[in-house]
Design a protein around this ligand. Structure first.
Ligand code: E4P
Length: 223
């Protein structure tokens, strides 16, 4: 399972990269806006840190021609760039054109299994179903992942499923159990994945017991 970081914040990206667990980054216009920096500056900084790992950057046009034009420019930023295209009829048409040109795409704002099926049929590299936003309206976000995984497996689609709009570790756990290819995780949630109170209590006890031993019981390399 791959872990992408769902952020445009370069400090968060560097910290997650330092853990050695970062497989990619996803952004959206909201996340870019939050940085308070120009789009190209942010995009280039992220691409530089990620090297050959995938970075998703989103178009803002909503018509077919506009999306294709913007996607071609965004794709020029690096071979690892996947262009996020919104899930609309024009968007799917654009994904078809772009995938035929060898441009990687990530169909975003996906809220139903049928939308995910259309994205795969159009040749999308990635599909991003939003689990948290479904939960927010009292629908079962994870159920959507279960259905997309089943549909893609039925037909052998190669489109990778990015579980998006992740709000807490439970979303990541369920995504992993269902065999989703990727979870794109906000930094604060990624930090929580490391944590368990019994780990902290256990470590404290081990060290207390160790420290109570006479010094000459301990080899130099464990002092
Ligand atoms: C990533 O691809 C999505 O844009 C992102 O996960 C949306 O998350 P949100 O619902 O927390 O805004």
């Amino acid at each position: 399972m791959k872990f992408f970081l769902d952020t445009a914040n370069i400090e968060e990206i560097k910290k997650a990269d330092d853990w050695g667990l970062l497989d990619g980054v996803t952004t959206n216009p909201t996340l870019i806006a939050k940085t308070g920096k120009p789009f190209l500056q942010v995009a280039k900084e992220i691409i530089e840190v990620l090297g050959d790992r995938p970075v998703s950057l989103e178009v803002v046009a909503t018509d077919y021609e506009g999306m294709v034009k913007q996607a071609r420019e965004i794709a020029k930023l690096g071979p690892n760039v996947a262009v996020k295209i919104p899930m609309t009829a024009d968007g799917i048409k654009a994904v078809k054109t772009l995938s035929e040109e060898g441009i990687k795409t990530n169909v975003t704002l996906v809220f139903s299994p049928m939308q995910a099926l259309l994205a795969a049929k159009a040749g999308a590299t990635y599909v991003s179903p939003f689990v948290g936003r479904l939960d927010d309206i009292s629908m079962e976000g994870i159920k959507l992942i279960e259905e997309i995984v089943a549909i893609y497996n039925n037909y052998g689609f190669e489109t990778e499923i990015i579980v998006a709009s992740v709000r807490h570790p439970e979303h990541v756990r369920m995504a992993a159990l269902l065999g989703a290819d990727i979870a794109t995780i906000p930094f604060a949630v990624m930090e929580k994945l490391f944590k368990h109170p019994l780990t902290d209590i256990g470590l404290e006890r081990f060290l207390k017991d160790w420290n109570a031993l006479p010094e000459d019981f301990k080899p130099d390399f464990l002092k």
